[in-house]
Design a binder for this molecule. Structure first.
Ligand SMILES: CCCC/C=C/CC(=O)SCCNC(=O)CCNC(=O)[C@H](O)C(C)(C)COP(=O)(O)OP(=O)(O)OC[C@H]1O[C@@H](n2cnc3c(N)ncnc32)[C@H](O)[C@@H]1OP(=O)(O)O
Length: 365
């Protein structure tokens, strides 16, 4: 996936400003507004000026773009500015496909997440089909980075999907198994911090977020769906959160979103008892927006998404903000609480036994 240094320095920022002056092609108003907003956020922080009048179109558009960045930290805005300028430079590919990382910037396992951008859609694809797209520690980090980049790129919507027969089998259970006994507490603490940052990136994501569920989904990729704006599923998809079986507890804000979406009784069947739902059941319970026959799934869904991606991008973002903003504070609090509880669960005997069972089942096969 495309990546530059995680934190752009003042020098990188200055270089990007100079690079911008050398552009030979007008990047268009939308990009210029993004650059303006990121520059203001990076240098002054969150929007702090009075809203211009409705008739002051240009200043109003600039103000809206800056204001839409909310409380994005200055350093992140600086990084996003540098990334955006770099994507516009003449040396960048003319295609909107996100380039693979340069050899010296490539992180181990970075090919496990593929990010592309086309037709107004940024697609983030789990690409580890031989392991059913199980998510490793480095994949969590790459997804956080990809979401941050997508929040200010040119696309209208962002879509998650999986390569191969699975959407994703959730957390890679070996994340916790290659750990020496004396560093287990530290590993649990680090995992809890990472999980919190990961889920926060979904809570704060400003554009419509869509899941294209191509096959079975397990664990965290299911719980996160409560934070998505639309979920399209193939009829061969299933939805499974086997937390109790694993000695764990819900994450991804599902302890809050699932009871709201499907009612407490149905949420309990999934989150406490680990009932696996078919796509049809998940749709009947409101977790899935629509189910498509596997034979026409990809064609129908991507055609629809391309149409949606042509809608005015600011309007899409603003409508999402209206729908979601009241919940943000609550969701961050729920996320923090779930991560704290999980950190304790990962150190429990129940969880250790479940992980050992998974490993021994693997070694017998
Ligand atoms: C730091 C943040 C932490 C956030 C926490 C999140 C919680 C969760 O996400 S809980 C959910 C965890 N996931 C699971 O419990 C699923 C475990 N996997 C399975 O039960 C099965 O593999 C399967 C039902 C998904 C698929 O079974 P199937 O028989 O079709 O295929 P397998 O031969 O089992 O799998 C192929 C290959 O993939 C490996 N694999 C699959 N899932 C995972 C996984 N989650 N973690 C690690 N590895 C996984 C499996 O071991 C096989 O590998 P080998 O070919 O090397 O044996």
């Amino acid at each position: 996936m495309s990546r530059t240094a995680m934190r752009a320095s003042e020098k990188d920022f200055e270089n990007a400003r100079n690079q911008l002056k050398l552009l030979t092609k007008d990047p268009g108003n939308e990009v210029k507004l993004k650059l303006y907003a990121l520059y203001k956020q990076a240098t002054e922080g969150p929007c702090n000026t009075p809203k211009p009048s409705m008739l002051d179109f240009i200043n109003k558009a600039k103000w809206d773009a800056w204001n839409a960045l909310g409380s994005l930290p200055k350093e992140t805005a600086r990084q996003n500015y540098v990334d955006l300028v770099s994507s516009l430079s003449p040396s960048s590919e003319s295609s909107s496909q996100v380039k693979p990382a340069a050899a010296n910037e490539k992180q181990p396992g970075s090919e496990n997440i593929i990010v592309t951008s086309q037709d107004g859609i940024t697609k983030i694809m789990f690409n580890r089909p031989s392991k059913k797209n199980a998510i490793t520690t480095s994949m969590y980090k790459e997804i956080i980075h990809a979401l941050k980049a997508a929040s200010t790129d040119n696309s209208a919507i962002t879509v998650f999907t999986g390569n191969g027969d699975y959407y994703s089998s959730g957390n890679d259970l070996t994340n916790f198994t290659d750990v020496s006994p004396n560093s287990i507490e530290e590993t649990a603490k680090n995992a809890s911090i990472l999980l919190r940052e990961f889920v926060d990136a979904f809570i704060d994501f400003p554009k419509p977020l869509v899941a294209v569920i191509n096959g079975p989904a397990v664990g965290i990729v299911v719980t996160l769906l409560g934070l998505f704006d639309a979920v399209y599923a193939s009829d061969k998809a299933t939805f499974h959160t086997p937390f109790s079986e694993l000695g764990q507890s819900p994450e991804g804000c599902a302890s809050y979103t699932f009871p709201k979406i499907m009612g407490p009784a149905k949420a309990a069947e999934m989150l406490i008892f680990g009932k696996k739902l078919t796509a049809g059941e998940a749709c009947a319970q409101g977790l899935v927006t629509e189910v498509f026959p596997e034979s026409t799934f990809q064609k129908e869904v991507w055609t629809r998404l391309k149409t949606y991606a042509k809608l005015p991008t600011n309007s899409l973002r603003i409508s999402k903000e209206l729908i979601r903003s009241n919940e943000k504070e609550k969701l961050h609090a729920v996320n923090a609480e779930e991560c704290t509880v999980l950190q304790g669960r990962w150190l429990s005997e129940e969880c250790m036994n479940a992980l050992m069972n998974f490993m021994s089942r693997k070694s017998k096969l």
